[in-house]
Design a protein around this ligand. Structure first.
Ligand code: DAH
Length: 341
């Protein structure tokens, strides 16, 4: 017992004043005191010589000593992680941990491409709200209440206020720009739109459109065709052909749908173009005089053209994505494929 106390005393001082400057010093301490052949173990070995009636007291002494030795070790353990005192374990010449960079979403990339093609010929970007009132989404666009054309778009209505809808198309931004009354107008309007559709590979309850509007004196259908032809050759390549088919939109007269020659098979016929050689990419037309009048623009003086395209559709054609759901599933295996575009 006496000798145990002495032995402990002999080391206590050193342990209490232990103040290592490096991980190496700490390790030396660990081996000396706490290692398998260390001092703590060695002193514990002396227990067997202690008489039975003193064993309890001796055990308490030894445990206290062990805790002291271990406590000091723990107190300096941070040195091992290199965040501690002096230069311990910290190598500032090592390269940093790489932070994985995300990529731009393919729809955003394509939207940017569309916008920059039109910016080159003097269009500027305009945006509007996604929660829209009836006037801007329908009525001012020559679609009064009960007009059958409203059925073309399955609308989400806001239950608190039946006058509000989630905009069904970016044509509502046309209305807002015309309302401002600054002529001439030459805008491109990208944005998200909503339709009450069952989600499948070919339909989603939200998607993206890009609208164009050009109003000035003497704007003709020839200007519309030339502008869209320029867009198509920039977007899909100089060999791409276009064709216009008569169509109907309430806010344009005449109206047309534009197809491009299939970018996959070059017009020979494949699954993308359903073996027709053509794929539909947008709707367009000359702004309806009623719409101009709704915004106090004199249709005898001003004319204009408008067009609207789906960003998902353009992306699908350009990169052969055949399931709309992929765009909103956030699967990095899908998204990463667009890294280098
Ligand atoms: N708003 C139409 C739609 O969502 C697309 C469209 C067609 C826009 C013709 C236009 C246009 O500006 O002139 O189906």
């Amino acid at each position: 017992m006496q000798s145990l106390q002495e032995q402990i005393k002999a080391h206590e001082e050193e342990i209490k004043s232990f103040n290592p400057a490096s991980a190496a010093e700490l390790e030396a301490y660990r081996i000396k005191y706490l290692g398998t052949k260390g001092i703590v173990k060695e002193i514990f070995g002396g227990m067997k010589h202690v008489p039975v009636e003193q064993k309890k007291e001796a055990g308490q002494l030894l445990n206290a000593f062990k805790q002291l030795a271990e406590g000091q070790y723990e107190a300096f353990k941070h040195l091992q992680d290199g965040d501690g005192k002096k230069d311990a374990g910290l190598d500032i010449t090592l390269p940093g941990k790489p932070l994985p960079l995300g990529t731009r979403h393919p729809l955003r990339m394509v939207e940017n491409q569309i916008v920059s093609i039109f910016e080159k010929i003097g269009f500027s970007v305009a945006t509007g709200p996604e929660i829209e009132d009836d006037w801007h989404n329908f009525t001012s666009l020559n679609m009064p209440e009960h007009h059958p054309a409203r059925d073309m778009q399955d609308t989400f209505y806001v239950s608190q206020n039946p006058d509000w809808v989630l905009r069904t198309h970016t044509s509502s931004v046309q209305a807002r720009i015309m309302e401002q009354g600054n002529l001439p107008i030459r805008v491109i309007c990208p944005g998200r739109v909503y339709r009450n559709e069952t989600i499948s590979a070919r339909a989603h309850c939200f998607f993206h459109q890009c609208e164009g509007l050009y109003i000035d004196k003497n704007v003709s259908f020839a200007d519309l065709k030339q502008t869209l032809y320029y867009f198509v050759t920039e977007m899909f390549g100089a060999d791409t052909k276009v064709r216009f088919r008569p169509s109907y939109f309430p806010f344009t007269e005449p109206s047309a749908e534009m197809d491009i020659s299939c970018t996959v098979c070059g017009g020979k016929g494949c699954s993308l173009c359903k073996h027709t050689g053509w794929v539909e990419i947008l709707g367009c037309g000359m702004v309806h005089p009623n719409m101009l009048r709704n915004f106090n623009i004199d249709p005898e003086v001003y004319t204009g053209f408008a067009f609207g395209m789906g960003v998902e559709r353009i992306t699908q054609i350009k990169y052969q994505v055949n399931d709309l759901r992929l765009y909103s599933q956030n699967d990095v295996r899908f998204l990463k494929q667009f890294q280098s575009i």
